[in-house]
Design a protein around this ligand. Structure first.
Ligand code: SF4
Length: 341
């Protein structure tokens, strides 16, 4: 299934410039973008995965991870094949890298925007997440779905590497309520050699989307020996504290994956060290993930330190929200930051 990838423009030299992400592909007839799912056919950029979902699930919103976004609710989650990055530690490489590793083959099950919304409602979800692979590469599919979702009273979440162009953000912003954006590391060499991208556009996206008023949480997967030094962790935390100390930061444990099977799992003490650094630079909400550490997965009031959202069990399994009046601490009345209704 394919559809016109309208977030693109024709250049004077006849090529088509894709305007979805900061890879800035400029393509001749018959060429594919770096993501492997946008291709020029008959003089027009096509999205080859429009209406074709490669993974679909109903998840707790905490699994995205989004901890300050309708806590305890379910989110209808889907993604397609293809990605603009090529992270060597990708947890979903079987879909994200599929077209690049299978001679441009496109796979997926039909899921129209209308059906995604009706399924989300049927399952009692409060939102739809565009996730598993990078959403901006199937931008037009997310846009059409997000618009319908809003009309049906559902919210929308991008789980993303943060490589959206300003134009992509401007276009989707009226329908996009939340983003979880990876800060995969804080060095250009890590982004270039391990992920196939650049650091600066990601930081720019976080700033830009935040300025637009979209609720943002960030995630950093700490990989032993690659991005887990005190200096790098502190640099990430400091960037975020300077931008908005109320932006939640999820620090997550790496486990051997894809092209990094020879790297050992992140020790729990590394996550605890990062947690302490995040708190030390002034972040109000820091969480650890992918390990068993319930104390550091719960939310504490920045005003009085009371436990206000208790999370235990598997991620999203037991979520007890003690906030009153949607967002207020029952002990001191502090208004917590997030999307609560
Ligand atoms: S979305 Fe795909 S085609 Fe468009 S710029 Fe990014 S990698 Fe290139």
């Amino acid at each position: 299934m394919s559809s016109h990838a309208w977030l693109s423009k024709k250049l004077e030299d006849g090529r088509i410039a894709c305007e979805a992400c900061n890879q800035h592909c400029k393509l001749d007839e018959g060429e594919y973008g770096i993501c492997g799912i946008r291709k020029v056919e008959n003089g027009e950029l096509q999205l080859l995965t429009y209406g074709l979902a490669a993974a679909v699930n109903v998840d707790p919103v905490e699994k995205k991870p989004m901890f300050h976004f309708l806590p305890g609710s379910s989110v209808f989650s889907f993604g397609t094949v293809g990605c603009n990055f090529s992270c060597k530690f990708c947890q979903n490489a079987d879909i994200s890298q599929y077209p690049k590793e299978h001679h441009h083959e496109i796979v997926g099950h039909p899921l129209s925007p209308e059906r995604a919304v009706s399924k989300a409602l049927e399952y009692g979800c409060k939102s739809i997440a565009y996730t598993y692979n990078e959403p901006v590469v199937f931008f037009e599919y997310t846009y059409d779905t997000a618009k319908l979702a809003h009309e049906a009273g559902l919210k929308n979440i991008y789980v993303t590497s943060g490589y959206e162009t300003h134009k992509a953000i401007d276009t989707i912003a009226p329908y996009l309520d939340g983003m979880n954006i990876d800060i995969k590391g804080y060095s250009q060499s890590f982004y270039k050699d391990i992920c196939g991208g650049s650091l600066k556009p990601v930081l720019d996206t976080i700033e830009y989307a935040h300025k637009k008023g979209i609720w943002i949480e960030t995630t950093t997967l700490l990989i032993p020996g690659y991005n887990d030094s005190d200096e790098e962790i502190r640099a990430i935390a400091q960037f975020q504290a300077d931008l908005d100390p109320a932006m939640p930061w999820h620090i997550s444990a790496f486990h051997p994956m894809y092209k990094m099977m020879d790297v050992h799992s992140t020790p729990p003490q590394t996550l605890r060290r990062a947690y302490d650094i995040g708190k030390d630079v002034g972040l109000k909400y820091v969480y650890v993930g992918n390990i068993d550490d319930e104390a550091r997965e719960s939310t504490y009031c920045p005003g009085c330190d009371a436990l206000v959202i208790d999370r235990h069990g598997h991620i999203g399994q037991y979520v007890t929200n003690h906030l009153i009046n949607k967002n207020s601490c029952p002990s001191c009345g502090y208004k917590l930051h997030g999307v609560w209704q």
